[in-house]
Design a protein around this ligand. Structure first.
Ligand SMILES: [Zn+2]
Length: 128
């Protein structure tokens, strides 16, 4: 399953399914649950919430999106504009296995994570 992303200045009233809205001024990402249930999923971007990786063409969201508050209980990763579904693990297992798709999936995923870590370190060093 592929999704589109859109960089917006503010979150539009009408959220299209299959589009991930990235609102940089408000550090927020909004999309409709990828299972098709139509619920809006708001993922705030912050050092303690989600991180957005934009590689110039596609976006990835870290960590996974777990919609525990929705009836669908869907759980997936957004990786390079693709929805990667997680199995129905318990919440604890999901956290422990947060990087599982990287080892299961493509080498590219682990590279993305490594690059991201390096950038984080550099940014921290720069503020010191
Ligand atoms: Zn859903």
């Amino acid at each position: 399953m592929t999704i589109n992303h859109e960089f917006v200045d503010y979150i539009p009233d009408a959220i299209k399914e299959g589009t991930v809205y990235v609102c940089v001024p408000f550090a927020t990402v909004v999309h409709r649950c990828c299972c098709g249930c139509g619920n809006e999923v708001v993922t705030p971007l912050s050092p303690t919430d989600w991180k957005l990786i934009f590689d110039g063409q596609s976006i990835s969201l870290d960590p996974s999106v777990g919609n525990w508050s929705f009836p669908c209980q869907s759980h997936y990763w957004i990786r390079r504009n693709k929805v990667v579904w997680a199995r129905r693990w318990s919440l604890l297992n999901s956290i422990a296995s947060a990087d599982l798709p990287a080892t299961l999936g493509s080498k590219r995923n682990s590279e993305t994570v490594l690059t991201n870590d390096k950038e984080t370190t550099t940014a921290e060093e720069a503020t010191r």
